[in-house]
Write a protein that binds this ligand. Structure first.
Ligand code: GDP
Length: 360
C-alpha cells in the first residue's frame, strides 16, 4: 500500500504534469533508506532487542538492496562494537551445547552481563535449524531480558551463513552485549569458521562417545582453547574423569600455542549446573592474560584480514555460479571433462573467460 504523503496523488486523480515521478521515487527511496537504517541503528544502540532482530534480518537477507542497507548498518555499528568477549562453543549433537549455554548464559546475566547467543549451522536451511532453532531448549535464557538468542541464519553455503553471523556479532555488540556465545555443530567446516570469529574456542565433549579420536584427527583439538567434558555427574563421573585424563595426555602432544596458553580440560554438568562457574573463571583468566599480552587485539586484527579475504572469495564464487551463461556451459563442460574430451584446466579457463566476458 502506498504510504501517506503530500507527494502522493489522490486515488483516481490524474498524474499532475509538473511532477517528475522518477525523482519522487528517488527521493522516497533515499528517505526510507536513511530512515530505516538510521532508526534501526538508533534502536540498536539504545539496546532494543526488536531493532537488533530487525538489523540481523537485514544482514541475513539475500536481496541486493537489503545487502547495501545491511552494509551501511554494520559500518555504523562498527565503532560501537568490539567491546566484548566472543566465545565459540562446539561439540557433536547431543553433547549438551544448548543446555550448557543455558546454564552459562544465566550465570553470566545474574552476574550483570549481557549475553547474546548466535549460531552457525549451515545445515539449518535443510533441517530447518538443528541448533538453536528450537528455542525451548533454552527456556530460562529466552525469557531473560539480558539475553538475546538468535538461531543460525539459513543459507546455501557455509561461507554465507558464517559471514552473516560474523556481521550479526557487530550488531549485538553495538546493542551492548558484552558476551557473545557462538554455537556450532561439531561437523564439517563450520568449526573453523566459528574459530575465526571468536576470541575463545570451547570444545564440549562427553565421555565414552567414541569421538575422542575423531576430534584429534580433524584438528579440532588444535583449535580448542579448552575442552569441557559435559555430563560429568552421577554414574558417569568416573568415565568423565578418565576421558579428561586422556584429553590432558593428548593435549600434551601438541606444540605450545602462540599465545602461551595451555588449554585446560574441565568437567561440568549442565544438568546439575556444576563446573560451569569454573569454566567461566577459566575463560576470564584467559581473557585477562591475552588482553595484557596484546594477543587479544592481534588475533582480532588477523581475523578482520581473514574475513575481508573470505568475503571476497565468497562473493566472487557466488557471482560466478549464479551467472546463467556459466551454469549452462558448466553442465556441458563437466560432461566433456568426465568423458576426457577436454582437460579440467582448459574447461575451467574457458568458463572463467566466459564469466569475465559476461560481466563486462
Ligand atoms: P546439543 O545437541 O549439543 O545442543 O545438546 P542438548 O543441550 O540439546 O542436550 C542433549 C541431551 O543431553 C538432552 O536430553 C539434555 O537434557 C541432555 N544433557 C545436557 N547436558 C547434560 C548433562 O550435563 N548431564 C546429563 N545427564 N544430560 C545432559
Amino acid at each position: 500500500m502506498a504510504k501517506k504523503s503530500a507527494l502522493n496523488e489522490s486515488e483516481g486523480n490524474p498524474q499532475p504534469s509538473n511532477v517528475n515521478k522518477a525523482s519522487i521515487q528517488k527521493i522516497r527511496a533515499h528517505r526510507t533508506k536513511d530512515l530505516s537504517v538510521d532508526s534501526i541503528f538508533q534502536g540498536i544502540t539504545r539496546g532494543s532487542h526488536t531493532h537488533l532482530s530487525k538489523g540481523i534480518t537485514l544482514v541475513e537477507s539475500n536481496l541486493p538492496g537489503h545487502q547495501v542497507l545491511a552494509g551501511e548498518l554494520v559500518q555504523r555499528c562498527l565503532e560501537h562494537s568490539g567491546k566484548s568477549i566472543r566465545i565459540g562453543i562446539t561439540g557433536v549433537p547431543g553433547v549438551g551445547k544448548s543446555s550448557f549455554i543455558e546454564v552459562l548464559g544465566s550465570l553470566l546475566t545474574q552476574a550483570g552481563k549481557k549475553v547474546a547467543v548466535l549460531a552457525v549451522d549451515p545445515s539449518s536451511s535443510i533441517s530447518r535449524g538443528s541448533i538453536l532453532g528450537d528455542k525451548t531448549r533454552m527456556e530460562t535464557l529466552v525469557k531473560d531480558p539480558n539475553a538475546f538468542i538468535r538461531p543460525s541464519p539459513s543459507g546455501d553455503s557455509l561461507g554465507g551463513v558464517a559471514r552473516k553471523t560474523r556481521e550479526s556479532i557487530v550488531l549485538c555488540e553495538a546493542a551492548g552485549f558484552d558476551t557473545i556465545l557462538v554455537e556450532t555443530v561439531g561437523v564439517g567446516q563450520s568449526e573453523t569458521s566459528v574459530h575465526s570469529m571468536t576470541d575463545f574456542f570451547l570444545l564440549l565433549k562427553i565421555a565414552g562417545a567414541g569421538d575422542e579420536l575423531q576430534g584429534i584427527k580433524r584438528g579440532i583439538i588444535e583449535m580448542a582453547d579448552a575442552i569441557v567434558i559435559n555430563k560429568a555427574e552421577g554414574e558417569n563421573l568416573k568415565a568423565a574423569q578418565r576421558a579428561a585424563s586422556e584429553f590432558k595426555r593428548a593435549l600434551k602432544m601438541y606444540p605450545v600455542k602462540e599465545n602461551g596458553w595451555a588449554p585446560p580440560v574441565l568437567l561440568a554438568s549442565a544438568l546439575e549446573g556444576t563446573g560451569i562457574k569454573q569454566v567461566w573463571e577459566m575463560i576470564s583468566r584467559y581473557h585477562h592474560q591475552v588482553v595484557k599480552s596484546g594477543f587479544f587485539e592481534l588475533k582480532r586484527q588477523q581475523q578482520n584480514r581473514h574475513w575481508l579475504l573470505q568475503t571476497i572469495n565468497e562473493h566472487l564464487k557466488d557471482e560466478f555460479y549464479s551467472n546463467p551463461a556459466v551454469t549452462e556451459a558448466l553442465t556441458s563442460q563437466l560432461e566433456a571433462v568426465q568423458q576426457s574430451k577436454t582437460s579440467p584446466f582448459l574447461a575451467a579457463r574457458q568458463l572463467l573467460e566466459l564469466h569475465k566476458k559476461q560481466s563486462k
